[in-house]
Design a protein. Structure first.
Length: 382
């Protein structure tokens, strides 16, 4: 049997004492970690440390509070404006500990290698978010291990990794939306790498947010990504201008439409100058987030010779039909891609995945972004 270390025993004992204290409701020693108080209160216990002082410092490394460490315990009390990240720093060589501080009660149990911080609404939400991130990373490692043991194919590996990444993106977007009025949203934006289209859609969904930092972070991030994409497009156009570009013929496909009849790419191409093949699913939140922009583009160019085929990767036809109804996407063509047959033809291993095709059935741009789509159509219909 593996014996617990002294430090681990300390944390367990400390946590038990904390729970006993809370349940007893003793007037002078009980710390309520859920109720709002006039300011913050950080009650801490430190194991195996020679520290005599603890400091609360902000992100600029400025001290905002301090307390003596007596009998391995300390208490910090004060008040702050908006919730934000701070660090607990000791006068010894021990590392600092980050805390998302707000005017609520907190309990801190720590030793040289571990820390447990409880209390605070935002701190609790952040801990849950980090826990779910850790679960996703564990799932990713599990898939990689299966591949290394040759129990899954490379195609299954890519599909599994893409699915995990897709779920992570959806969870991050949902977390940001739910916390648009507090600092957690801007922290999440800075920590995750969301596609430009998702960020633009988030800007629209959070335009009434009370958290100005979120709006500023979104604006700055979008500007950086937009410039990078514009530079990439400009470089591609420069290369294309120097040599004749040969377009590859798109795979010819057909499938069941909403009416139950067979719909082919060739029939949609007739009479049109460009057709967008949009691989989509009702469960794909990033796909549905860009739907308003796709609608606007369709309305802008449809009468000029532009059409869309949305290819659904839904698991059931019922979900496919319901998603189309919910997003009011009935103006253009839809095909149900049973067993991902069409997606495989185009090499679409993850969604969203859009392909722009010219009037001759050749690919103008594979994996085209909404921004690139706007630029290409502006050239075609100028």
């Amino acid at each position: 049997m593996k014996l617990l270390t002294t430090n681990t025993q300390f944390l367990i004992i400390g946590l038990c004492l904390l729970l006993i204290t809370v349940s007893c409701q003793e007037k002078n020693t009980q710390v309520d970690t859920t109720s709002t108080i006039n300011g913050y209160s950080i009650s801490g216990s430190v194991a195996n440390s020679n520290a005599t002082m603890v400091y609360l410092v902000d992100t600029a490394n400025k001290r905002v509070d301090s307390s003596k460490v007596t009998n391995n315990s300390f208490l910090l009390k004060g008040s702050i404006g908006e919730p934000n990240m701070y660090n607990l720093v000791f006068d010894t060589s021990t590392p600092s500990y980050a805390i998302l501080l707000e005017n609520m009660a907190f309990n801190v149990l720590m030793n040289d290698s571990d820390v447990l911080i409880t209390g605070g609404d935002l701190n609790t939400k952040l801990a849950t978010y980090k826990r779910d991130e850790a679960i996703a990373n564990a799932q990713r490692l599990s898939v990689l291990k299966k591949f290394s043991l040759a129990t899954i194919t490379d195609k299954e590996l890519l599909f599994s990794l893409d699915s995990i990444s897709q779920l992570e993106t959806e969870y991050a977007v949902s977390f940001i939306e739910k916390n648009k009025d507090n600092v957690l949203s801007s922290m999440a934006i800075a920590a995750v790498s969301l596609p430009l289209e998702d960020l633009i859609a988030l800007t629209e969904r959070t335009k009434n947010a009370k958290n100005s930092q979120l709006i500023n972070t979104l604006t700055t991030t979008i500007a950086v990504l937009q410039k990078a994409e514009d530079d990439k497009i400009a470089a591609e156009e420069k290369v294309a201008a120097k040599r004749k570009v040969y377009r590859v013929a798109a795979p010819q496909f057909s499938g069941e439409s909403l009416s139950g009849t067979n719909l082919a790419l060739t029939s949609v191409l007739k009479g049109n100058k460009a057709v967008l093949v949009d691989f989509w699913a009702s469960w794909c939140k990033p796909c549905r987030m860009v739907t308003p922009e796709i609608k606007y583009i369709y309305q802008q160019y449809n009468k000029l010779g532009f059409d869309i085929i949305t290819v659904s990767e839904d698991r059931t036809q019922a979900a496919w039909r319901q998603g189309i109804q919910e997003d009011n996407m009935l103006d253009w063509n839809h095909i149900y891609d049973n067993q991902m047959t069409i997606a495989s033809q185009f090499g679409a291993r993850a969604i969203p995945h859009m392909v722009l095709i010219d009037k001759d059935g050749k690919i103008i741009k594979d994996k085209i972004s909404v921004n690139q789509l706007k630029k290409e159509l502006a050239i075609i219909f100028k």
